[in-house]
Design a protein around this ligand. Structure first.
Ligand SMILES: C[S@@+](CC[C@H](N)C(=O)[O-])C[C@H]1O[C@@H](n2cnc3c(N)ncnc32)[C@H](O)[C@@H]1O
Length: 215
């Protein structure tokens, strides 16, 4: 059994539930996608070099959004979950330059799976599932996989610097979920109200954008 197989993401129903509830459980998700597109438009659109790598792609929503900015981009989507990749393939049907790779981040660190450079590497809400050591290694690999002048955008949850801020962020998150449930007419305690992500023992707070470029 691999590291990935031991996680909830290896269970098809877990991913299905995330996709069903993501607009409720992820704070400002729509806004986050708009910022992603704005970043891509500003930094990449006119460069003409747009080989994209989507790490932990889920159902391919990030790549799908980027294709609305540049329908000519080529994309490689990586996820440990076969069920998620199947959904991504369905969502991206009709786009030709799409390559889906089933591999965990741990597999990528062990073997040279991709064997190509990318101009834009993106990830959202996936890398925090790794341990600190694995994250460091993955960021090193991302650097190696980036072409000169390429960009890396990681949209993810981070640990708040103080308990007071942590409490505030938790409250903000719960308020968001309640507001979204109310606007969708959802009553009662659904799984969108599930407790915070504590994978690897890390308590994490709502989403941040972390970017870097290779020059
Ligand atoms: C919260 S979902 C995010 C999906 C998508 N990026 C989005 O924003 O909607 C996390 C994704 O990361 C994948 N994932 C989690 N741990 C992983 C690992 N160690 N290696 C590869 N993929 C992983 C899961 O299968 C899942 O599709």
């Amino acid at each position: 059994m691999t590291e990935f197989d031991k996680t909830n993401w290896a269970k098809p129903d877990f991913g299905k539930r995330f996709i069903g509830e993501a607009n409720i459980s992820v704070v400002e998700r729509r806004r986050m996608l708009e910022i992603l597109k704005s970043f891509f438009r500003h930094h990449r659109k006119d460069t003409g070099d747009n080989a994209v790598l989507d790490l932990g792609c889920g159902d391919g929503i990030l790549t799908h959004e980027l294709l609305t900015v540049d329908p000519d981009l080529s994309a490689t989507l990586v996820d440990g979950s076969a069920a998620m990749l199947e959904r991504a393939q369905g969502r991206l049907e009709g786009f030709t330059v799409i390559n889906c790779v089933q591999a965990s981040f741990q597999d990528m660190l062990r073997d040279d799976i991709l064997n190509q450079k990318f101009d834009f590497i993106v990830s959202s809400l996936a890398i925090h599932h790794l341990s600190s050591g694995e994250k460091k290694e993955l960021f090193g690999l991302v650097y190696l996989l980036l072409s000169d002048g390429g960009h890396f955008l990681n949209i993810d949850v981070v640990l708040a610097p103080t308990p007071a801020l942590d409490g505030f962020y938790m409250n903000l998150w719960q308020e968001w979920i309640e507001q979204m449930k109310a606007s969708h007419g959802i009553t009662g305690k659904g799984s969108a109200t599930s407790s915070r992500n504590t994978s690897r023992g890390l308590k994490t707070s709502p989403t941040s954008l972390i970017t870097s470029s290779r020059h």
